[in-house]
Ligand binder design. Structure first.
Ligand code: AMP
Length: 114
């Protein structure tokens, strides 16, 4: 059995506030929101970090962006804008080792990110 938190959410073993799913990805609200809209988009396939991607995963990663676009439209944030973040490894802030894209919106964002 997988020890991965996001695999457990994918498999329904841990509850999550799902906002989107299709055959490739699912999205759920972050438990510790850093913005009025803060959700996570994950591939159904377990890939620990961007470093662990293989050639066959390239299209799958595109699905994360396609889902972000779709969710943004559904939430009415496309025009105002939204930020997408993918942390790779602990030094960049990754704490859950199943690739995920943060989608944040509903407030202003500064650059460079903290
Ligand atoms: P990262 O630090 O990039 O790995 O992001 C992991 C994110 O997962 C953090 O923003 C956490 O708040 C979020 N998180 C942790 N546990 C859960 C959970 N059970 N359901 C939803 N989000 C979670």
């Amino acid at each position: 059995m997988s020890d991965c938190l996001f695999c457990k959410i994918r498999d329904g073993e841990i509850p999550a506030d799902l906002v989107y799913e299709d055959e490739h990805v699912l999205a759920f609200n972050d438990v510790g929101p850093q913005a009025p809209v803060h959700l996570l988009i994950i591939p159904r396939k377990h890939i620990s970090t961007v470093n662990d991607m293989v050639e066959d995963d390239v299209l799958l990663m595109g699905h994360l962006f396609a889902a972000a676009k779709e969710i943004a439209a559904q939430k009415g944030i496309s025009e105002d804008g939204y930020r997408m973040v993918v942390n790779c490894n602990a030094g960049a802030g990754q704490s859950v080792f199943h690739i995920h894209m943060h989608l944040l919106a509903g407030r202003g964002f500064s650059w460079p990110p903290g």
